[in-house]
Design a protein around this ligand. Structure first.
Ligand code: DUT
Ligand code: MG
Length: 145
């Protein structure tokens, strides 16, 4: 089962996002430009594609675990949210979390992955008091380590 997503190439030489294996959740996104990230540095990089998602869907830009584990490269806003109505270029906000090594990424490298998901739209009802629950207001480590 797959959902139809319209895709427009802004950079004709880059491959389209693709799933590396049939069961993959994320389709890899390619960097449209070379970028060098100094230790701790971030950069916004284009991917050369724009999409139109059906209503009720969103696309989430996730880091790639290989880049994260080997080089400390993640996304500042992971996961980035691409709204169904967004028609601009999908961009990735790369961050080099390594404090010693610079990392050089090249145009055409797979730098992030796009996960398409159904999303619900909430109707917010304002109330004076929320119903009770087992957790209550406990959070942020309230259950211990
Ligand atoms: O990693 C990302 C995150 C967002 N976007 C694009 C698509 C998304 O629909 C739009 C807005 O994203 P978001 O709502 O997260 O950013 P904002 O800071 O709230 O901007 P805006 O005021 O435009 O909503 O930017 C990307 O290309 N990559
Ligand atoms: Mg927004």
């Amino acid at each position: 089962m797959s959902v139809e997503v319209l895709i427009h190439r802004l950079d004709p030489e880059l491959p389209l996002p693709a799933y590396a294996h049939p069961g993959d959740a994320g389709a890899d996104l390619y960097a449209a430009e070379d970028v060098e990230l100094l230790p701790g540095e971030r950069a916004m990089v284009g991917t050369g594609v724009a999409i139109a998602l059906p209503d009720g869907y969103a696309a989430f830009v996730h880091p790639r675990s290989g880049l994260a584990a080997k080089h400390g490269v993640t996304l500042v806003n992971a996961p980035g949210t691409v709204d169904a109505g967004y028609r601009g270029e999908i961009k990735v906000t790369l961050l080099n979390t390594d404090l010693k090594e610079a990392v050089r990424l090249r145009r055409g490298d797979r730098v992030a992955q796009l996960v398409i998901q159904r999303v619900e739209k909430a109707a917010f009802y304002e109330v004076e008091r929320l119903p009770g629950s087992a957790r209550g207001a406990g959070g942020f480590g309230s259950t211990g380590r």
